[in-house]
Design a binder for this molecule. Structure first.
Ligand SMILES: *Cc1c(COP(=O)(O)O)cnc(C)c1O
Length: 462
């Protein structure tokens, strides 16, 4: 479901375990800038960077050179005994606050290989913090419905990607996890409710859940500042995150923000939480960190958390063979240097506004487009069968998936999504192009996507 487009393959069965045993993904021979070049001879405009990963596009020579140079210097050492400058420099690069920048209070970074791992690491870190802080009774994680945090046992336990969880629900996943409502105004704010009332209701629900569990038993609250794949680029209503921050602080519950998809500049600020004007305790980053050039993700922790470890065991009770890997760190650092030098976060914010205008102009009046939302270069279009009642399409119609498939045939990759609303119903597509995409290609994305949508619209009679 997550690959851009698939066809039934006639070649002998692959030795590689693909996502599907019957459908074969397309082979990509090369990629450069905002385009993928397929074995079939066609080129695809990459309007989603995979899953919002390729933030500086494909084939960047500077990143390739930096990767090679690090490989020639030192490709691997064990972090128990050695450090390398690339890992050190990446940590300081990410945590340094530029003059006039947002004071996030994050002090240290841990690097690993994927977002799922990063969230597991963050969950363990939060638990270790309380354990050593004299509160070993804290054993619960609180997360939100319609959120995705990864596919490992830990990160999946705090996710609500319902279809993927089915085989593990009964006794396999962590059981001390509870879920509250998403902050998803389009579907869940009542028609007679103001934004402020909606936020108050959500904060009260979280407080009630903390009370039910006993706030002294909760380790952390986990949330994506802008929800990514599950419901399609959903920013929270104004005041939600400040309310969450206050509530967590009141009870000593750590605030763990998952910026794996929405972070690293994607929303037009370096961290998505900057726009909420709050400082989290733990942040996980991934996707855009290596921009697709390296499998790398990270856990960032604030001073309070690090101080807890300083007072306690004076160690981080976690370690992995490939943590702070010299080469993946050098690669990510090269990506991040390109982003900073070329002012790409600012550009993302600026052309993000053009993208918003283009999308609203093209899709605003469309029969089945219920909502257009996002920030920066991170936009979701939610499709509904009825714009007044917000009734969704029958999931068997695969409306959103078909729009994505149509787009692919027209030469555009966008990221599809279903089960948008509640894990079963709903359709959306995500647009998340590289921050350095040309304005011409940005317009092309909207034009092709509109065509793909209209093809699907014309098949429905209501
Ligand atoms: C992709 C994603 C993850 C998981 O990252 P992987 O690298 O696929 O393990 C976690 N959280 C969010 C918000 C994501 O979008």
């Amino acid at each position: 479901m997550l690959s851009s487009s698939k066809h039934v393959d006639k070649r002998p069965e692959s030795a590689l375990m693909h996502r599907s045993l019957i459908e074969q993904p397309h082979e990509v021979l090369s990629a450069s800038g905002s385009y993928l070049h397929l074995a079939s001879g066609t080129s695809i405009l990459d309007g989603c960077g995979g899953a919002a990963v390729a933030i500086i596009g494909h084939g960047n020579q500077e990143v390739i050179s930096a990767t090679l140079a690090q490989m020639q210097k030192v490709s691997y050492v064990h972090t128990l005994s050695y450090i390398t400058s690339s890992a050190e420099d990446l940590a300081s690069h990410i945590l340094s606050v530029p003059p006039g920048g947002f004071q996030h209070g994050l002090e240290k970074a841990y690097f690993c290989g994927s977002g799922s791992e990063a969230n597991d690491v963050a969950m363990k870190l939060a638990r270790q913090y309380h354990f050593e802080n004299g509160e070993p009774q804290r054993k619960w994680y609180v997360s939100r419905k319609q959120a995705y945090h990864g596919n490992s046992i830990g990160s999946m336990s705090v996710s609500s990607y319902l279809a993927r969880k089915v085989p593990y629900e009964d006794g396999i996943l962590l059981d001390k996890v509870s879920f509250v409502s998403p902050a998803y105004a389009y579907q869940y704010q009542c028609s007679d409710e103001t934004e402020e009332q909606y936020v108050d209701r959500l904060i009260k629900e979280l407080d009630d859940e903390f009370q039910r569990l006993g706030p002294e038993n909760v380790i952390s609250f986990i949330a994506e500042p802008v929800v990514g794949a599950t419901s399609g680029c959903v920013p929270a209503p104004k005041g939600y995150f400040p309310g969450i921050r206050t509530l967590c602080s009141k009870y000593g519950i750590l605030l763990h923000l998952d910026e794996i998809m929405c972070g690293m500049g994607r929303t037009g600020t370096y961290f998505a939480f900057e726009q909420e004007n709050i400082a989290p305790d733990i942040v996980t980053i991934g996707k855009g960190l290596g921009g697709g050039y390296a499998p790398i993700a990270g856990v960032l922790m604030n001073k309070k958390v690090v101080d807890g470890l300083r007072r306690g065991s004076k160690a981080f009770n976690h370690g992995q063979t490939y943590q702070a890997h010299p080469v993946t760190c050098a690669t990510a650092l090269a990506v991040q240097r390109v982003v900073r030098r070329e002012g790409l976060v600012e550009r993302c914010g600026l052309i993000g506004m053009s993208l918003e205008t283009l999308l609203r102009d093209a899709f605003g009046g469309c029969r089945f487009v219920g909502d257009i939302r996002g920030r920066g270069l991170f936009w979701g279009i939610e499709f509904v069968k009825n714009k007044v009642t917000k009734e969704t399409f029958d999931p068997a119609l695969h409306f959103g998936y078909n729009v994505q498939q149509n787009a692919f045939k027209l030469g555009l990759a966008v990221y599809p999504g279903a089960a948008t609303v509640d894990g079963v119903r709903g359709d959306h597509v995500i647009i998340a192009p590289p921050y350095n995409i040309s304005v011409l290609d940005l317009k092309k994305i909207v034009t092709l996507l509109k065509e793909a949508y209209l093809q699907e619209e014309s098949k429905i009679d209501v």
